[in-house]
Design a protein around this ligand. Structure first.
Ligand code: DC
Length: 229
């Protein structure tokens, strides 16, 4: 069967990673969560005092960017986790501190350049499902299958709250998360470099009213259309 590149873009917390992971598992492709990569760089910036007053010290970050290693590991249950300079930081990158700063770090051109280069290398051999914001527009403009996922901000905030609660995090409210979701939408869509935008040839999937199973079936059908000749 021919191997293809699958780009899944869309707003935050709309189930992109859940559906991308499931598709990759079903068809034996590599899955890459590019949001985790930007989160990893954000954690590096926070730990090294490179962010103050919602501004990134781009000069110092530029001097240190080559020292930041972003890789993925796989745990005993087959789940992927992010490593920052060899350390498993999966839990930390999902917290509110990183979530609150990641949009400003992801808007820094030198960060995007470094991450896009890394992402293209990961996709060299195709057979990849990559999710993010600019995969279909910038990273892999020639991807054979492009999906743009969307859902209402309220539904996305509720999903993120449920996810955090299920991981034992009870110190945030629905309102905090809704604010964070809407703020990130705004920054992601209006930033100068690679703003979140649907590629002209991407299929739109609004999953506000869909179950996870329904999404998976829909995506699988689109995958088959492009790989079974
Ligand atoms: O998907 P996520 O919520 O983990 O993404 C975290 C942040 O990273 C989000 O604010 C958008 C940004 N991002 C990006 O700019 N480009 C990508 N390809 C992926 C994520």
């Amino acid at each position: 069967m021919k191997k293809i590149t699958i780009a899944v873009d869309g707003f935050s917390s709309c189930g992109k990673s859940t559906m991308s992971k499931e598709l990759a598992k079903r068809v034996g492709y590599v899955y890459v969560d590019t949001g985790a990569m930007y989160r990893g760089v954000t954690l590096y910036c926070l730990r090294n005092g490179l962010i103050s007053d919602d501004k990134v010290d781009e000069q110092r970050l530029g001097e240190q960017i080559d020292e930041i290693s972003i890789t993925f590991g796989i745990d005993e249950n087959g789940a992927q986790y992010l490593m920052l300079n060899g350390e498993n930081v999966e839990k930390e990158i999902r917290g509110m501190e990183v979530s609150g700063k990641v949009s400003i770090v992801a808007a820094v051109p030198l960060v995007r350049e470094a991450m896009v280069e890394l992402q293209r290398k990961m996709g060299d051999d195709k057979g990849i499902v990559m999710d993010g914001r600019d995969i279909g527009t910038t990273v892999f403009p020639d991807a054979e299958l492009k999906i743009f996922v969307t859902a209402s901000p309220q539904i996305r905030a509720q999903r993120r709250l449920d996810e955090m609660r299920s991981k034992g995090n009870f110190d945030v409210t629905f309102e905090d998360i809704l604010f964070n979701v809407e703020e990130r939408d705004r920054i992601d869509q209006t930033r100068a470099v690679s703003p979140l935008r649907k590629a002209d040839d991407a299929l739109v999937l609004d999953n506000s009213e869909m179950t996870i199973d329904e999404q998976n079936e829909w995506l699988m059908a689109e995958f088959k259309k492009r790989t079974e000749l």
